[in-house]
Design a binder for this molecule. Structure first.
Ligand SMILES: [Zn+2]
Length: 151
């Protein structure tokens, strides 16, 4: 990790992100690293530094909760997030051809983007079907696509 001090919390954080493998909330990361060994502010700062270095990517739950995922040795991919249980799965999706190039041509640099897919997973649909009549309020069908622009 060039240009970054290697500290104990950072090593623990990298190990944790590798182990959790997939988008996880900062609270989950904090629990895994050890609440006593590192405070939440330190985790936030480390994740922000990792993100600047491209070691970590952010994604979002339907309610806007931020999730983090390590990127080492992982191909660029997107996620489908269950609106009911929050489970995530990988999605093969390619950005429309040339969109990044066109933005660069317009003079933008340091481009980044976030694409998230949201839906209700099969398991949650089953639960909704078996609980029918008790008005659980989960739409059985329908996938929405949210495009979130990073601040
Ligand atoms: Zn689900």
């Amino acid at each position: 990790m060039a240009g970054m001090r290697v500290t104990k919390p950072r090593i623990a954080l990298v190990e944790t992100l590798m182990k959790l493998d997939g988008p996880v909330s900062i609270e989950r990361i904090h629990q895994q690293v050890g609440i006593k060994s590192c405070d939440l502010v330190t985790i936030y700062r480390c994740l922000a530094a990792f993100e600047n270095l491209g070691l970590v990517r952010r994604s979002y739950l339907h309610n806007g909760t931020c999730l983090y995922e390590q990127t080492l040795g992982v191909d660029r991919h997107y996620h489908i997030v269950c609106k009911s249980c929050g489970k995530t799965d990988k999605v093969d999706y390619t950005l429309p051809d040339g969109v990044e190039q066109r933005l660069q041509d317009k003079g933008y640099s340091h481009l980044s983007h976030v694409v998230e897919f949201f839906g209700v997973c099969q398991e949650c649909q089953q639960v909704a079907i078996s609980a029918r009549g008790t008005s659980i309020g989960i739409p059985a069908r329908g996938t929405s696509v949210g495009i979130v622009t990073e601040a």
